[in-house]
Design a protein around this ligand. Structure first.
Ligand code: ASP
Length: 317
């Protein structure tokens, strides 16, 4: 039997056991498990890695615990601007969206751009218009309003600070047990194809118009059957400068590193060297996976046909 594997994340950051109540820990674990099961059912029954990562990410976008889709954070204008990307490792087709205000599941719009348009990346008004033409569900701003996330923004709004939404500023006084994060999934299917998807609300109090790494192919998301499928989370500006996801793929393809070595090099050496905090999830063509992060924690889960099933929140990795 050909191996198959699914990994997912719900964001990395200052996630400490001492700050998460037992109730919140169990809600996060259940949400991660549910999303894992959604994607796993697809892979297990012979479905494609592309379907698995899209459906897994949709599940996480619909969950208000995470900073994507429904749970997207507020920008400096007190609005939501969501970014997402998806990539098929088989032929390296890709779709990406940025600055979405109303699309319920940004990852599905990214996929529609990949499959139904000659383009890779649409942003703002044009992306929303394409969504309407494709019959993709949209929502009023109230759907994306989360009270905790709103208070999180109120604390930063008069400053120049931006914040990973699961890291707390010194001023932050919101309940410590509510943290959220960008979401992503990477998969290898039974046919030997890899795919990755990532979706985010970005960083709290980000400037209007700011686009992070999540929707940039090669920065926060990448898949190639020649190497790996990867989805990143963390301070997007650093992941963009490091071209992190593609760098991981290159270290494997050109340097012959294993997935684990390459993932460690990117997260613990190259990102750290420029001050980038965060993590990534990745799968290779043999079904091996790596889930490294250089922050206190990362919401994460993995399952592979070798029998391994894992859900984690805190460090160490
Ligand atoms: N990487 C995302 C961004 O910069 C944030 C995150 O991963 O939580 O938009």
């Amino acid at each position: 039997m050909s191996p198959y594997t699914l990994v997912l994340h719900g964001g990395a950051g200052t996630i400490l056991k001492s700050q998460l109540s037992a109730d919140m820990e169990s809600r996060y674990t259940q949400a991660l498990e549910k999303a894992l099961q959604t994607g796993w059912d697809i892979l297990h029954t012979g479905g494609s890695a592309l379907d698995a990562v899209e459906k897994t990410v949709r599940e996480l976008e619909d969950c208000p615990l995470f900073n994507a889709g429904r749970g997207a954070v507020f920008n400096a204008r007190g609005e939501h601007e969501m970014d997402a990307a998806i990539m098929d490792g088989k032929d390296r087709r890709a779709g990406a969206v940025a600055l979405l205000r109303n699309v319920r599941n940004p990852v599905s719009l990214a996929r529609a751009i990949m499959e139904q348009s000659p383009h890779v990346f649409l942003a703002g008004e044009g992306a929303e218009e394409f969504a309407r033409q494709q019959g993709i569900a949209t929502e009023e701003p109230a759907y994306f309003h989360d009270e905790f996330r709103y208070r999180q923004w109120l604390e930063l709004r008069d400053s120049d600070s931006v914040q990973l939404d699961h890291s707390r500023s010194e001023k932050a006084s919101g309940p410590a047990d509510q943290k959220f994060g960008t979401v992503g999934a990477a998969a290898l299917d039974q046919h030997g194809n890899l795919a990755a998807a990532t979706s985010t609300g970005g960083m709290t109090n980000k400037r209007f118009g700011r686009i992070g790494d999540s929707s940039l192919i090669g920065a926060g998301n990448y898949a190639s059957n020649r190497s790996c499928a990867v989805s990143c989370t963390g301070s997007g500006e650093f992941f963009i400068r490091a071209v992190a996801a593609y760098d991981l793929s290159c270290l494997m393809e050109y340097r012959g590193m294993s997935l684990e070595e390459a993932a460690r090099e990117v997260v613990h050496e190259r990102l750290v060297a420029i001050g980038g905090d965060g993590g990534l999830i990745a799968v290779d063509a043999l079904g091996n996976f790596a889930l490294p992060f250089n922050t206190e924690g990362m919401y994460r889960a993995a399952q592979s046909s070798s029998g391994r099933r894992f859900t984690g929140i805190y460090g160490p990795e």
